[in-house]
Write a protein that binds this ligand. Sequence first.
Ligand code: PAF
Length: 281
Amino acid sequence: MKVVKTISEVRAQVKDWKKAGLSVGLVPTMGYLHEGHKSLIERACQENDKVVVSIFVNPTQFGPNEDFAAYPRDLERDAALCESVGAALVFHPEPEEMYGEGFHTYVNMEVLSETLCGKTRPIHFRGVCTVVSKLFHIVTPDRAYFGQKDAQQLAIIKRMVRDLNFDIEIVGCPIVREPDGLAKSSRNTYLSPEERKAALILSQAIHLGQELTQNGETDAEKIVQEMKNLIETEPLAKIDYVQAVDAVSMQPVSKMEGAVLVAMAVYIGKTRLIDNFIYES
Ligand code: PAF
């Protein structure tokens, strides 16, 4: 497995693969890889001849008061994981390689990026769409893999691929959880032991929401309210949002009809965690 830092090295390698008729999968990441990323890379390796993992903490998707500088990084460990799972190439560019002098072009999605995380993080999805578009142009994969934990990101990327005619199949992969239920996230490393325990309130609220829908509750506002009530019993938790939205358009719904995403962002101390479930009637 090779680790490269420049766009031209990625292009040269992918060109050789394509000449040989090989299919290419891309797993875009910000590194500090965990079991969730591992499951994406494994799936990509099963479905493609060659897999590229990008590891890039993308500055344009962090707001001014967010954790860009503090975001955990460990290239050596990440590269070892990628190799052990079967990736062929790791692309690890410096910010200057991705955003050269005088960079002014952004991909901005309307509507879908204005709810949920987009409300609290107004430039986040512009940064995600921009960097993912760039990675798509650089790697030109046949398929790209994203986790369902970032459900709004996945819906936005699917929309972007349709809107901008990228000839790429977007594959969404299930949330991977710790044995006690906490969704895997690179940001879990920020949690103190006490906060780590408190963070279980997110998956407990997800479980409650799922149970209510399984018992036939169709009132989305009631489900959301019960989930909020549960989260509020945890003193270290502060709700950013809990909301039910249409799973494709990301617009609020009041009834559990069709495909509904019930998503949440909750601060545990200073750490903002997300979780969700999808209900399909
Ligand atoms: O989900 C992430 O890790 C990032 O948002 C992504 C898709 C790699 C873009 O920087």
